[in-house]
Design a protein around this ligand. Structure first.
Ligand code: GTP
Ligand code: MG
Length: 192
């Protein structure tokens, strides 16, 4: 598996990106190990501005950046640009890994061209620094489906996205408090 480049610095930025309601803020909370970002069921977008939080994972200082949905076709360009600029500002110092958050049971029309939108925002090489973070892992386990099987059988547009991101995929169940999933994520984020 290809990794997003060796992260030799002592800090890393994890930028949570994805469409509204996919569980970006919930993933941020899972990584932090506590409720920090506002995360709730809503038909409106919940996170309105980029926010940061810090934690340490196995001695590594990690900055987590939670973001609003910047992929919505209805978003005003100046609003999107403001969020993107803020992310870039926060990521200036340390290496940055983008966590593209997707729901295991939904791959929407808006997500079909998400890589293009991601490249438009963060540059054409952004896929080299992107890990796909699926949420609602329990939806799979309840159907006795293992993650690898899900990845293997996913639809072509999603498969293409996964391949473009070097097959770096992790699954979270944000209702599960176990820390193993965070360890799995960090293994994928870091070049060991
Ligand atoms: N069962 C389950 N629910 C989840 C999971 N991840 C997120 N959710 C729920 O999905 C809802 C939306 O999650 P958020 O974290 O607010 O989603 P978001 O992507 O930050 O949404 P916006 O801030 O609006 O862009 C919340 O009710 C979460 O509890 C998961 O892994 N499993
Ligand atoms: Mg949010």
């Amino acid at each position: 598996m290809e990794m997003p480049g060796k992260l030799t610095d002592t800090k890393v930025n994890l930028v949570l990106l994805g469409m509204a309601g996919t569980g970006k803020s919930a993933c941020g909370n899972t990584i932090l190990g506590k409720r920090h970002f506002l995360s709730k069921p809503s038909s409106y977008t919940v996170t309105k501005e980029c926010q940061e939080a810090y934690t340490e994972i196995d001695g590594l200082p990690v900055r987590i950046i939670d973001t609003p949905d910047i992929f919505d076709d209805e978003i005003q360009p100046f609003v999107k640009n403001r969020h993107v600029a803020r992310c870039k500002e926060l990521c200036q110092q340390e290496p940055c890994v983008y966590l593209l958050v997707l729901h295991v049971s939904r791959f929407t029309d808006g997500e079909r061209n998400i890589l293009k939108k991601l490249r438009d925002a963060f540059g054409y090489k952004v896929h080299e620094q992107t890990v796909i973070l699926f949420t609602r892992g329990k939806d799979l386990w309840q159907e006795d489906m293992i993650f690898e099987e899900f990845l293997h059988s996913c639809q072509p547009d999603l498969k293409q996205l996964i391949e473009a991101c070097g097959n770096r995929c992790v699954v979270f169940e944000n209702r599960d408090k176990g820390t193993n999933q965070v360890k799995e994520l960090m293994k994928t984020v870091m070049l060991k």
